[in-house]
Design a binder for this molecule. Structure first.
Ligand code: KET
Length: 411
């Protein structure tokens, strides 16, 4: 009999991958045994007691679903029809002509990330010459998504460290200078990681340039309703582009606004100039999805369809979303108050109040962020971003001490 060569590996050429800059933070947090530890890394909502939160309306929908005893047959490649209808209506508004005219190709996909990845595969296949413009900085996974899909990208200016605000002129200049027909990736609301959004007037100007240069707007909408508390208000930017009659890509996620992180529920929507175009685009998105993951999971899709399709539950969702957004706003205010009260240096912390959404971009550099973790057990991404959704009012004073120490005593 031949001996099995168990001590010989064929994987010598496989190096150890670095931890993920965002999800790796949660792994490091888990390994820390200090009682003071605080996980402000991943953007995931916690209660004031710092516990994960399942929305009551989600539990209610799940109970109804269980009672109905629905089966577990495969979904079509494009996903659950009731979900696709609901998700497009939430995004564009139910009475938007693009929906009535059948000009939107909507595919349920694997949450925001999977929807972005599917769109990236579509760009690679049908626009092989095009490049994608992404904001500097942006959500850490955007670059990975386009790299893996072999779509070239470059950055446009977005954040101005001097004002801790938007570098609007830089942004416009870079979008203008990009080759005609580029894809411009935009955060629909609550820009991650900066928390800085363009004003409505600035959105108009961004749309002007994109239109002039025949670029393709590509929105990543991961926080609809979570930024302002209002689904419609947070869809303002997307609807503005659609109103102009432009063709638009939009990736959607229900991870944050319905707290369905692990259900992997979202969609890719492509607004097209005519229904016949939308049909063709949709057919090709399905063709791309089939060999990647075949068809999407059903549970989260049913939850969304049930919640949105029932007026009572829809109302309950909006209320819970407002409560979540409200808690984050309270924590933001409290953190600002603590910093202002404790810091005697005269530093102006008001930029924290001007940022919106789940995150605050503190301006801490990598060494200072390391100090936050190594000395204070505050886990955060190394770009200086903290998730306020993982902070409680009770922990604001402690966090303020950690930030002040890192700012003033570490370079
Ligand atoms: N877009 C943006 C801008 C975003 O912040 C996230 C998630 C996603 C898309 C994707 O989420 P999904 O669960 O695939 O629908 N951001 C948080 C979690 C993560 O990094 O995966 C975060 O930034 O912490």
């Amino acid at each position: 009999m031949m001996a099995l060569a168990v001590d010989v590996t064929r994987f010598e050429g496989v190096p150890m991958a670095p931890p993920d800059p965002i999800l790796g933070v949660s792994e490091a947090f888990k390994a820390d045994t200090n009682d003071l530890k605080l996980n402000l890394g991943v953007g995931a909502y916690r209660t004031e007691e710092l516990q994960p939160y399942v929305l009551n309306v989600v539990k209610k929908a799940e109970k109804l679903m269980l009672e109905k005893g629905e089966n577990k047959e495969y979904l079509p490649i494009e996903g659950l029809a009731a979900f696709n209808k609901a998700t497009a209506e939430l995004l564009f508004g139910a009475d938007n002509p693009v929906i009535k005219d059948g000009r939107v190709a909507t595919l349920q996909s694997l949450s925001g990330t999977g929807s972005l990845r599917l769109a990236a595969a579509f760009i690679q296949r049908y626009f092989p010459e095009a490049k994608v413009l992404i904001s500097s900085p942006t959500w850490g996974n955007h670059k990975n998504i386009f790299n893996d899909a072999r779509v070239p990208w470059s950055e446009y200016r977005y954040y101005d460290p001097k004002t801790v605000g938007l570098d609007f002129e830089g942004m416009i200049a870079d979008i203008e200078a990009a080759p005609e027909g580029s894809f411009v990736l935009l955060h629909g609301c609550a820009h991650n990681p900066t928390g800085i959004d363009p004003t409505p007037e600035q959105w108009e100007k961004i749309a002007d340039v994109i239109q002039e240069k025949k670029h393709m707007p590509f929105f990543d909408v991961a926080y609809q309703g979570f930024a302002s508390g209002s689904l419609d208000e947070d869809a303002f930017s997307v609807r503005l582009f659609v109103k102009r009659g432009l063709e638009v890509f939009v990736a959607q996620s229900y991870s944050k606004n319905l707290g369905l992180y692990a259900e992997r529920i979202g969609a890719i929507n492509v607004v097209c100039s005519a229904p016949e175009v939308a049909d063709r685009v949709k057919s090709q998105l399905k063709r791309l999805a089939r060999p990647m993951y075949s068809n999407p999971p059903i549970h989260g899709a049913r939850i969304v369809a049930n919640v949105v399709g029932d007026p009572t539950m829809f109302g309950e969702w909006k209320q819970e979303m407002e409560e979540m957004a409200g808690r984050i706003k309270n924590v933001r205010q409290k953190l600002y108050d603590s910093l202002s009260a404790k810091d005697k240096s005269g530093k102006d912390w008001s930029y924290i109040l001007r940022q919106i959404g789940m995150f605050s971009y503190t301006g801490l550099n990598k060494t200072q962020s390391d100090n936050m973790t190594d000395k204070w057990h505050v886990y955060m991404t190394k770009d200086g971003r903290i998730s306020l959704a993982g902070l409680s009012l009770a922990k604001c004073d402690y966090l303020a001490d950690a930030i002040i120490d890192s700012f003033h005593n570490v370079n």
